[in-house]
Design a protein around this ligand. Structure first.
Ligand code: 5GP
Ligand code: ZN
Length: 132
């Protein structure tokens, strides 16, 4: 087995152990064990306000199912991934935004801090490009 494959398996296993040990903050929000300002929910996903907003509108859309990163999604998750984006657009529309930015940070290099897949929905101000 290649080093990369071993490393990926280890990372996934560690993520699962950490989630079991410490609990995943977004799983807790999805399970209503931790409060959040919920904007939308359905059987597949939940959208809520980011606790530390980086723009006048800053929401997060998360799957109910725990997926640590985009890299951990599988082909069978394709409909779910599509759903997350559709819900992101819906949440932006509900907030009165016609223009908005969607962001998925994957792993620490990209700034991911919560290891439960989420789509950021940012808007209400001018967005710079490229992002920092
Ligand atoms: P990341 O850095 O992983 O892409 O984004 C994680 C986001 O989750 C951050 O914007 C952070 O402010 C938000 N966040 C972290 N903990 C909580 C929490 O307990 N509640 C809510 N609503 N947002 C959180
Ligand atoms: Zn989780």
């Amino acid at each position: 087995m290649s080093f990369g494959k071993v490393a990926r398996r280890l990372r996934r296993a560690c993520g699962k152990i950490m989630t079991t040990m410490t609990g995943c903050v977004f799983c807790r929000i999805v399970g209503r064990q931790q409060p959040a300002r919920v904007l939308y929910e359905d059987e597949f996903c939940v959208a809520f306000e980011d606790v530390n907003p980086r723009a006048p509108v800053h929401a997060l859309v998360v799957p109910r199912k725990h997926i640590a990163t985009l890299n951990d999604s599988r082909e069978t998750d394709d409909p779910l991934l599509g759903r997350l984006l559709r819900v992101a657009a819906r949440v932006a529309g509900d907030k009165g935004l016609s223009g908005f930015r969607t962001v998925i940070n994957t792993n620490a290099e990209a700034g991911q801090t919560v290891y439960h897949l989420h789509v950021h929905v940012l808007g209400g101000r001018t967005m710079r490009w490229p992002p920092g």
